[in-house]
Design a protein. Structure first.
Length: 295
């Protein structure tokens, strides 16, 4: 026999639904008020109360209420655009070497520097107040700092290797006439040995013949390489120019970080603490912020 729901059970369900609706409405009203008055710090608290409690209030075990916080998920791009106004102003003072481009609503590319040939360095995650750096570019910068401790530059080893290769190729070009004369001499020696070889050729003659053949082959290989040497040198010079430019850009980036933070380690520390530092700054710039127990 099917069970029949009692009036008491129905009342309990109704109360639970009503309570959830009241909670959601209260959350949205608070969110709307914070948006209307540009209380960015409170907005960040409403977006992630767990992180806010941990990093700002230094309280653990503060779970997020997913039942209300996902009410604004479909507004992520618009909220990011809205919150970027104060965040980018703050970053402009704290990270004066970063520049931002909104390539679609609420999505921002980061560029390092305003110099020639600058490149994209990652993206700014406004809602989570963090940088999403391009890992390839970031590791280049990290390595450049490590090498600088030994007065080395990021691409110096590669540049030296390519330059040595160009010197070798240029030497092949410069000594083409000497190779031709050497080949003629070796060919004459080979003819002479061949003319003196009978059916029972001595082992000494065989060794001499083989040595001459190997020397001639080596000269022929050098000649083949020298035919393409001019183009290879030009190609290598273009690579060296590109590597030198990259060294210069990295030196600009290193100087920017040192001038602002003192060291790469302090730069990384600032990145890790960006959320807390930024929200603390909002306490000063945005007036009174609603405390968590005023919800």
């Amino acid at each position: 026999m099917a069970s029949v729901e009692t009036n008491s059970d129905a009342l309990d369900v109704t109360q639970a639904i009503n309570q959830q609706i009241i909670t959601k409405v209260k959350y949205l009203r608070r969110f709307n008020d914070a948006i209307s008055n540009h209380r960015d710090r409170e907005i960040y608290q409403l977006l992630d109360n767990q992180r806010y409690a941990k990093e700002i209030e230094h309280r653990e075990q503060q779970p997020n209420d997913k039942g209300v916080m996902n009410l604004v998920d479909d507004l992520a791009d618009q909220l990011s655009n809205y919150l970027s106004e104060n965040l980018i102003k703050y970053l402009g003072k704290t990270y004066p070497f970063f520049y931002y481009e909104e390539y679609q609503t609420g999505h921002y590319r980061i560029y390092f520097g305003n110099w020639w040939d600058r490149h994209q360095f990652g993206e700014l995650d406004v809602l989570n107040v963090r940088f999403s750096f391009d890992q390839t570019e970031y590791e280049k910068l990290r390595t450049a700092f490590e090498l600088s401790r030994d007065n080395k530059r990021y691409n110096s080893e590669r540049i030296n290797k390519i330059s040595s290769e160009n010197d070798r190729l240029q030497d092949l070009i410069d000594h083409q006439r000497e190779r031709e004369e050497r080949k003629e001499a070796l060919q004459e020696q080979l003819k002479d040995i061949s003319s003196r070889s009978g059916i029972w050729e001595s082992s000494r003659n065989k060794e001499s013949r083989q040595e001459l053949v190997e020397q001639l082959q080596k000269l022929e290989d050098q000649e083949d390489e020298s035919r393409n040497a001019v183009q290879t040198i030009k190609d290598n010079e273009r690579v060296v120019l590109s590597l030198s430019k990259e060294n210069t850009i990295l030196s600009y980036e290193q100087k920017s970080i040192v001038d602002t933070f003192g060291s790469f380690e302090d730069f990384e520390l600032a990145n890790r603490n960006l959320y807390a530092n930024y929200l603390e700054s909002l306490n000063e710039t945005n007036g009174k912020q609603v405390d968590s127990d005023e919800q």
